[in-house]
Design a binder for this molecule. Structure first.
Ligand SMILES: [Zn+2]
Length: 192
């Protein structure tokens, strides 16, 4: 974990959840006949259909390499894509990453939690912790807090239930995007 500059004279610390890879998509692989985390291949496919274009991002099963095409654009005019059209055609990895970060998933598919790195400053008597996940869908908040505090997720839940961590318990189980506030004035590391 890398240190961040202290904010607000020590009253507030900020942790940032940095994304290591875009989230995989859990869906049924027809070849393996079970649910697998399909990862983006960073390759796109562009198909012309009259004056309209379809664009897909290609994902692959990690076991059998069966591919699956995620709809990115359906029947759009080439002009509406601007310079993204050339970037899709050239398989621009930055654009593929951007699309794979928060795609609209078809029904029956869901995100596999993405690997992340936590950039965290020590709590050191701070009253408020801001956890910033600038991309989505991120990991569950309890997973991030457990990693940052060096405790288990159960210990995080217990501390929230006992009021030692000021955070909504429902919020703990959810992935989120943006900043979330956690009151840590009463936080102390559990003995067990
Ligand atoms: Zn497969």
């Amino acid at each position: 974990m890398l240190p961040l500059p202290r904010l607000d004279g020590g009253a507030t610390v900020c942790w940032v959840v940095a994304q290591d890879a875009p989230p995989a998509v859990r869906r049924r692989c027809p070849r393996c006949d079970c649910v697998r985390p399909f990862a983006s291949t960073e390759k796109s496919r562009v198909n012309g259909n009259g004056r309209k274009l379809d664009v897909w991002l290609i994902y692959a099963c990690p076991v059998c390499s069966a591919t699956w095409s995620l709809d990115v654009h359906r029947r759009v005019s080439p002009a509406s894509l601007g310079d993204r059209l050339v970037r899709f055609e050239r398989n621009d990895p930055e654009l593929a990453w951007e699309v794979a970060r928060s795609p609209r998933l078809p029904s029956g598919a869901e995100f596999e939690p993405a690997p992340f790195t936590l950039i965290a400053d020590p709590i050191d008597g701070a009253r408020t912790l801001i956890v910033d996940c600038p991309w989505g869908p991120g990991p569950r908040l309890d997973r991030v807090l457990a990693q940052g505090f060096g405790v288990s997720r159960a210990q995080v839940a217990k501390a929230a239930a006992a009021g030692r961590l000021g955070v909504c318990r429902k919020q703990l189980r959810r992935p989120w995007r943006g900043e979330v506030r956690v009151e840590v004035a009463r936080w102390d590391r559990p003995a067990c």
